[in-house]
Design a protein around this ligand. Structure first.
Ligand SMILES: Nc1nc2c(c(=O)[nH]1)N[C@H]1C(S)=C(S)[C@@H](COP(=O)(O)O)O[C@H]1N2
Ligand SMILES: [Mo]
Length: 407
C-alpha cells in the first residue's frame, strides 16, 4: 500500500469548524488537500452582504445589486455592488497605514497616518452617488467585454472623511497642476507587485470640489474591506473607477494622469458616435467625466402582480452626474405618453434624488412601467439603448419593470 500522509486532528477540527458540520471521512483527507467547500470563500459571509446579491465574478470579486434591493434612500453596505480590478489587500494595519501626497505639481511631499488625517483636517459627511462606468453593459449589442452589469452597479451611501482639497492645500499646488491621481494597496491579478490593477484620477477642478473626500467611514462605520478600508477617495457623480479604494498615494500631476486604466480605451468613449461593432482608434476616444442622467424604479420589484386594485405606487431614485435631475416621468404605454412623478431635492450635491408616483392601470393585463429622468441641462434618458461604444459604458436607457394586473 502506498503511504499517504493524512491531515492532523487540529487541521481537521479547523476544517470542521469552517464547514460547519462533521466531515465524515475527515481523518483520511490527504495533507495539502483543501476540501471544495473551503476552496471558494462564500462571498456573502466574506463581505457580510445580502444573499440576493448577484456574483458576476470571483477573481476579481465583482458583485452586483438589483433594482429592488436599492430601495433605501441611503444604500446600506449589504446592498452595495462591489467592483474590484485586482486582489484586495490582505493584512491591513490601520496603525501603520500611510497616505503619501506628492507629485511633480506638488509644492511639498507629505505623509499622513490615519490619525494625522483625522486630527489635522475637518470631517465632512456627504451622501454620494457612485455608479460604475460599465453599469448596464449587458444590454449592448454586439456585446462588450467586461462584467455584464445589469442595472445594479450603483449605490448612494454616506461617506465621511476629510476634503481632498484641504489635504492638497496642506501640501501646496504648483500653478501647473492639472490632474490628481490615486494609487492603492490592491494587487494586480498577476500578483506582480510592479503592476497596478488600477490607478486613475480626476482633473484638478473635480479634486477641489467640496464633496470630493478622502473617506474613512461608510454609513457611520469604518469602511468595509470590499469598499476600500481603511481609506478611500470618493468623487461622486463620476464613474466610480475614479474613487480609489485602499488609498496609499495621491499624486498631483502636471499632465492628464497616465496610470493603469486611464489610457487606451479604458473608461473612455468615442468622441463621435460610431456604428455598433466598429473598431475605434485610441486617439478618437475621450475620458468619461460626469455620468449621464439616469433613474431606477426600486419599488415594486419587476414582475409584481396586482390582484386587489388597479393602482400602484412606484418609487425610485434619479441622478445626473455633476448635475441635478429636474424632471421625472413614467410611462405605461411603451413611451408613447408620459406622466409626472414627484421628485425630491438631493440631500446634498451629488446625492441621488427620490421619486414617487401613483400609477393607475385602465384594465387587466400586462404592462411595463418605464421611468425617465431629465437633467438640469434639459437632457433626458434615452428610451432604449444609447450609443454603442467599444467597452460598453454609459448605458443610461430608461429603466423598465413588468407588471401584471389581475383584479
Ligand atoms: N484601488 C482600487 N480602487 C477601485 C477599484 C479597484 O479595483 N481598486 N475599482 C474601481 C471601480 S471600476 C469601481 S466601479 C468602484 C467600485 O466601488 P465599490 O466596490 O465600493 O462599489 O471602485 C473603484 N475603485
Ligand atoms: Mo467600475
Amino acid at each position: 500500500m502506498n503511504r499517504r500522509n493524512f491531515i492532523s486532528s487540529s487541521v481537521l477540527s479547523s476544517i470542521t469548524l469552517a464547514i460547519g458540520t462533521t466531515v465524515v471521512y475527515g481523518k483520511v483527507i490527504p495533507v495539502g488537500y483543501t476540501p471544495i467547500a473551503m476552496q471558494e470563500p462564500d462571498p456573502f459571509k466574506l463581505f457580510n452582504i445580502s444573499e440576493q446579491m448577484n456574483v458576476l465574478n470571483d477573481r476579481p470579486w465583482n458583485i452586483e445589486s438589483k433594482a429592488h434591493l436599492l430601495n433605501d434612500m441611503v444604500t446600506p453596505n449589504k446592498y452595495m455592488f462591489i467592483r474590484n480590478n485586482g486582489i484586495m489587500p490582505e493584512d491591513i494595519n490601520v496603525d501603520t497605514w500611510k497616505l503619501k501626497v506628492e507629485g511633480e505639481s506638488a509644492l511639498s511631499s507629505k505623509e499622513y497616518t490615519l490619525s494625522d488625517l483625522k486630527q489635522k483636517f475637518k470631517h465632512y459627511t456627504y451622501q454620494l452617488t457612485l455608479e460604475c462606468g460599465g453599469n448596464g453593459r449587458k444590454e449592448f449589442n454586439p456585446p462588450a467585454k467586461g462584467n455584464q452589469w445589469g442595472v445594479g452597479a450603483v449605490h448612494c451611501s454616506n461617506w465621511t472623511g476629510v476634503r481632498l482639497k484641504d489635504v492638497l492645500d496642506d501640501v501646496g499646488l504648483k500653478p501647473n497642476a492639472v490632474y490628481v491621481a490615486y494609487y492603492a494597496a490592491d494587487l494586480h491579478l498577476s500578483r506582480n507587485p510592479e503592476k497596478e490593477p488600477i490607478s486613475r484620477g480626476v482633473p484638478l477642478s473635480k479634486a477641489l470640489e467640496d464633496e470630493t473626500l478622502i473617506a474613512f467611514q461608510l454609513n457611520g462605520e469604518d469602511i468595509p474591506i470590499a469598499h476600500g478600508h481603511p481609506l478611500r477617495l470618493v468623487a461622486g457623480g463620476w464613474p466610480a473607477s475614479v474613487s480609489g479604494k485602499w488609498l496609499t498615494r495621491i499624486r498631483i500631476r502636471d499632465v492628464v494622469h497616465d496610470g493603469a486604466k486611464m489610457t487606451g480605451q479604458s473608461y473612455r468613449v468615442p468622441k463621435n458616435p460610431v456604428a455598433p461593432g466598429e473598431i475605434v482608434d485610441d486617439k478618437d476616444m475621450v475620458i468619461i467625466e460626469s455620468m449621464p442622467v439616469k433613474s431606477l424604479i426600486t419599488s415594486p420589484k419587476t414582475g409584481a402582480v396586482l390582484t386587489k386594485n388597479r393602482s400602484l405606487k412606484i418609487k425610485g431614485h434619479a441622478w445626473a452626474g455633476d448635475l441635478k435631475v429636474n424632471k421625472m416621468e413614467y410611462s405605461i404605454d411603451f413611451g408613447s405618453t408620459w406622466k409626472p412623478c414627484s421628485l425630491s431635492d438631493p440631500i446634498n450635491r451629488l446625492a441621488w434624488q427620490h421619486f414617487e408616483a401613483k400609477v393607475d392601470f385602465p384594465e387587466n393585463g400586462y404592462y411595463e412601467i418605464w421611468a425617465r429622468a431629465t437633467d438640469s441641462n434639459g437632457k433626458s434618458q434615452p428610451m432604449i439603448i444609447p450609443g454603442w461604444n467599444p467597452k460598453g459604458y454609459l448605458n443610461n436607457a430608461c429603466h423598465r419593470i413588468a407588471i401584471k394586473v389581475e383584479v
